[in-house]
Design a binder for this molecule. Structure first.
Ligand code: ATP
Ligand code: MG
Length: 362
C-alpha cells in the first residue's frame, strides 16, 4: 500500500513578546494534528525577524526577505512590536511590506463566541449564538497607504499629511470577496461600513462601487453603516450583523472591538489572503506582542490555534482544520482556559489539552 504525504511548507515568523510563545504552541498543535490524522505534514522554517534583532543589527528582514517568503505555501506570523521601537517602524519593516508585496489584499477576521467562553455583553443583548460575524478588511490601500509627508518639521508651523488612497480596482476586488463570503454563509447578509458623510472622496467611491457590485449579488441582503454608528450597533444589536466589509483602518478598529465583545482579544484570528493564490497567504492572531505578559507563559493560545486552523483550511486540509477547531472548542467548553477568559490555565496547559483532544477525536 502506498500512501501519499502532502507536505505543506510553512514560513514561521514568531516576532516579539507573546508572538514567540503562541507560535511555539501553534507548531506543537499542528505537528500533533498531522501526526494524528496522517496523509499530510508541515515543514516549518522559522525566521528570526524581530524587534530584538532589529535593535542589535539594524534590520528586521534581510533584503531578499520577501523573495524568501514567496517559496512557501503559507506564512504563520506571531506578533511584532516592542516598547523601545516606535510602532510605525516595526509595522512598516515587516508586516505591512509582506501584505503589500505578497498581494494579500484581503484580511478575514471571523468572530464568534466559542463554547465555554462569555461575551462581556449581558445575555439580554447578546446570547452566545447572537454574535457570529465575518469581518472582511481591505488590506492593501486606504488609510494605510503610507503616502504623505511632513514639512516645516520641528517648527510651530509643522504640517503632516497622511494620504488615504482608494482605487476602483482595490475597492471592487474587496467588495467581490465580501459578497462571495456573504453568499457562502447561511444568512447571506453584508453590511458595508464607511464614513461617507464626512469624507467625501474615497468613502463616496466605496459607497458607489458597493452598490454597483451588489447588482451582481441579488441574493445577498445589503446594508450600509457609518463607522461611528456601527460601533453602537455592534454593542447593542450584535445579532443584526453577519458579514461586514470595511476599509483598512475602520476594520482594524472594528475587529478589535469585535474580539473584545466575543470574550478576549486573545482568541481572535486573522487571515491575510492573496485570493489569486499567486503568493503565499499569511495567518496571525489579531493580538499584538503584549509586552505586559510576555515571557510569563500565560498568553492565551486560542487565537493562534484558530489562525492555524484557517491556514490548514487554506492549504487544503479541510478535515484537519475542522478537527482542530472542534478540539479547541471542546477544551474551552470544559473550562480549560487562560486568565483573560476567566480561567486559571497557562499557555502550556491549554496547548497540551488541545493536543490530547485532537488525539481523542481522530
Ligand atoms: P499591537 O500594537 O501589536 O497591536 P497592543 O499593545 O496594541 O499591540 P496587544 O499586544 O494585543 O496590544 O495587547 C493588548 C492587551 O491585551 C494587553 O493587556 C495584553 O496583555 C492583552 N492580550 C493580548 N493578547 C493576549 C493573549 N493572547 N492572551 C492574553 N492576553 C492578551
Ligand atoms: Mg493593537
Amino acid at each position: 500500500v502506498h500512501s501519499v504525504t502532502n507536505v505543506h511548507r510553512i514560513a514561521c515568523i514568531p516576532g516579539d513578546g507573546i508572538g514567540v510563545d503562541i507560535t511555539d504552541a501553534a507548531i506543537h498543535v499542528l505537528n500533533t494534528l498531522s501526526a494524528t490524522i496522517g496523509g499530510f505534514e508541515f515543514a516549518f522554517t522559522t525566521f528570526d525577524w524581530s524587534s530584538k534583532n532589529y535593535l542589535e543589527r539594524g534590520w528586521y528582514m534581510p533584503p531578499d526577505g520577501l523573495e524568501q517568503l514567496k517559496k512557501f505555501d503559507a506564512i504563520y506570523f506571531g506578533a511584532v512590536g516592542w516598547p523601545n521601537v516606535p510602532d510605525h517602524i516595526s509595522l512598516w519593516s515587516l508586516i505591512l511590506p509582506i501584505r503589500k508585496a505578497l498581494n494579500q489584499y484581503v484580511n478575514v477576521r471571523p468572530t464568534r463566541i466559542l463554547q465555554g467562553t462569555k461575551s462581556p455583553l449581558s445575555e439580554s443583548v447578546c446570547k452566545p449564538s447572537d454574535l457570529d460575524w465575518m469581518i472582511i478588511r481591505e488590506n492593501s490601500e486606504g488609510e494605510y497607504s503610507g503616502q504623505g509627508g511632513t514639512s516645516h518639521e520641528d517648527s510651530p508651523y509643522t504640517v503632516a499629511t497622511e494620504v488615504s488612497i482608494f482605487t476602483r480596482v482595490g475597492i471592487e476586488r474587496i467588495m467581490r470577496f465580501a459578497f462571495e463570503t456573504a453568499r457562502s454563509r447561511p444568512r447571506k447578509k453584508l453590511t458595508m461600513v464607511t464614513k461617507s458623510n464626512a469624507q467625501r472622496h474615497g468613502m463616496v467611491l466605496w459607497d458607489k462601487v458597493f452598490y454597483e457590485v451588489a447588482k451582481e449579488y441579488e441574493d445577498v441582503e445589503i446594508d450600509k453603516m457609518l463607522v461611528d454608528a456601527m460601533t453602537v450597533r455592534m454593542v447593542l444589536q450584535p445579532k443584526s450583523l453577519d458579514t461586514i466589509v470595511a476599509t483598512n483602518l475602520h476594520a482594524d478598529i472594528l475587529s478589535d472591538l469585535a474580539a473584545a465583545l466575543s470574550g478576549s482579544i486573545g482568541i481572535a484570528p486573522s487571515s491575510n489572503l492573496d485570493p489569486t493564490r499567486a503568493n503565499p497567504s499569511m495567518f496571525e492572531p489579531i493580538h499584538g506582542s503584549a509586552p505586559d505578559i510576555a515571557g510569563k507563559g500565560i498568553a492565551n493560545p486560542v487565537g493562534a490555534f484558530w489562525s492555524a486552523a484557517e491556514m490548514v483550511r487554506w492549504v487544503g486540509e479541510e478535515k484537519a482544520a475542522d478537527g482542530l477547531m472542534k478540539a479547541v472548542e471542546n477544551v474551552t467548553a470544559r473550562g480549560v482556559k487562560t486568565r483573560d477568559l476567566g480561567g486559571s490555565e497557562d499557555t502550556k496547559g491549554v496547548t497540551e489539552a488541545v493536543c490530547r483532544e485532537i488525539e481523542d477525536l481522530f
